[in-house]
Write a protein that binds this ligand. Structure first.
Ligand SMILES: NC(=O)c1ccc[n+]([C@@H]2O[C@H](COP(=O)([O-])OP(=O)(O)OC[C@H]3O[C@@H](n4cnc5c(N)ncnc54)[C@H](O)[C@@H]3O)[C@@H](O)[C@H]2O)c1
Length: 389
């Protein structure tokens, strides 16, 4: 059996651990003791019932807090790369450090970057003398099982002819583990693989921004957004998917990846990427103005803080940005968010009882409608026209 060491067991690292656990010896490392302990006890940050229904049981993932003395065949680096507004690029500090450490400690292993990185990052490391593969990850946090077991495509980037065999061996290991054996595969240069990841997320963000901008128009002109979208999407070149208006795109990846792609352009002409980022900011402002106009002086309730259905967290959520925009407009908000454990969020009261929440607000602002809201639809403010993400 191959030995796979995974460094950073967040969403991506966890998905990799679950993918490889039956066909390889998997070792996991996370710098956070709290995270390592909770994984070793079988507690994930995921929506456990959803996860359970897919996996059947909750597999425990023994997680260490420092690199083990083993000889792994593959080391997968699944570390955070937040966007740094000051340097206008991804913060790759954790990745830089772990690449250095792992290259020294595991000189015979294939080291694979799974984190999303700036285009040219892997090649720059090669110039520093470190041989790496880059394999972009496309999973969504609320459909982790589906995305990891039946991926849309598998891509591995390498730069040196001598790394081609390593890239193929890594691809073969993944193919051995996924459910869909006919998945399309691409071996490319590392820069191409890095670019594929960022351009994919830019397209998704642009598509969200497009349907939201259509919805801005419908909102202002009093048109039925659902009818417009249905009519537009019947063109098979456009397609009836990923076209449901929201309060803006959010989550960990789209906001930071669009900004990082923009900064990769440097002097190269571009318009669409900046326009996408700007359109997303304008969308949130349009929604905040609309809510303030309709409900100022009333009690506004936020149903969930995530922008997506079943999302296990609310990182960079448009709902959170909306809260701040409404604060500037002196609109009072209370929040129902069962995954938040505190009594308040950024100064706003959190109500933990759903019925009490519904009874105490004049309007329920919801990015996405779920079954619990069905009896109260006459009280709901949303732009979710098709009740799906
Ligand atoms: N979340 C997604 O849906 C998704 C999808 C595709 C790609 N990505 C990319 O994958 C990368 C990881 O994303 P994520 O969502 O899994 O992040 P995350 O924040 O959920 O997890 C990162 C983990 O790394 C740990 N960590 C930080 N520094 C460490 C170090 N030096 N050594 C060991 N562990 C360390 C953290 O404690 C955390 O548990 C990012 O670059 C992200 O852009 C994420």
């Amino acid at each position: 059996m191959s030995k796979v060491l995974i460094v950073g067991i967040g969403y991506v690292g966890l998905a990799q651990a679950l993918l490889f656990r039956e066909k390889a010896d998997v070792y996991c490392v996370d710098a956070s003791k709290e995270r390592a302990d909770s994984l070793s006890n079988g507690n994930y940050r995921l929506n456990d019932s959803l996860f359970l229904s897919r996996f059947g049981t909750i597999p425990k993932i023994e997680t260490l807090t420092s690199l083990p003395k083993i000889n792994p065949d593959f080391v997968l680096l699944c570390l955070p790369t937040d966007y740094d507004e000051q340097t206008r690029s991804f913060d790759t500090k954790a990745l830089d450090e772990e690449i250095k450490k792992c290259s020294k400690m595991y000189p015979n292993s294939s080291i694979v970057i799974k984190s999303t990185v700036p285009i040219g990052y892997t090649l720059s490391k090669k110039k520093e003398g470190m041989s790496l593969l880059f394999s972009p990850e496309f999973l969504r946090e609320n459909t982790l099982y589906e995305d990891v077991m039946k991926p849309s495509r598998l891509i591995v980037g390498y730069d040196d002819e001598k790394d081609k065999e390593k890239a193929k061996a890594y691809m073969d290991l993944i193919l051995n583990c996924v459910e869909d054996k006919n998945v399309r595969t691409i071996l490319s240069s590392s820069m191409e693989a890095e670019a594929i990841k960022l351009f994919s997320n830019e397209y998704l963000a642009m598509r969200v921004a497009y349907f939201n901008e259509l919805d801005n128009f419908a909102l202002k002109k009093g048109l039925n957004s659902k009818t417009l979208i249905e009519g537009v999407s019947l063109d098979p070149r456009i397609g009836d998917f990923y076209n449901n208006p929201s309060f803006g795109y959010g989550g960990y990846c789209l906001p930071k990846d669009t900004k990082a792609l923009l900064s990769c352009y440097g002097d190269i002409p571009e318009d669409l990427i900046s326009a996408t980022i700007l359109a997303n900011e304008h969308r949130k402002q349009t929604i905040a103005e609309d809510i303030a106009k309709r409900y100022k002086g009333k009690t506004v309730g936020f149903y969930r803080l995530s922008g997506k259905k079943d999302s296990p967290n609310f990182r960079s959520s448009p709902m959170v940005d909306l809260l701040f925009l409404l604060k500037e407009k002196n609109v009072d908000v209370i929040i129902y968010e069962p995954i938040a454990r505190e009594d308040s969020f950024k100064g706003y009261p959190l109500v933990d009882d759903f019925q009490r929440f519904v009874d105490s607000v004049d309007v329920i602002v919801a990015s996405r409608i779920d079954e619990r809201l069905n009896p109260y639809l006459n009280k709901v403010y949303t732009r979710d026209v098709s009740h799906r993400d």
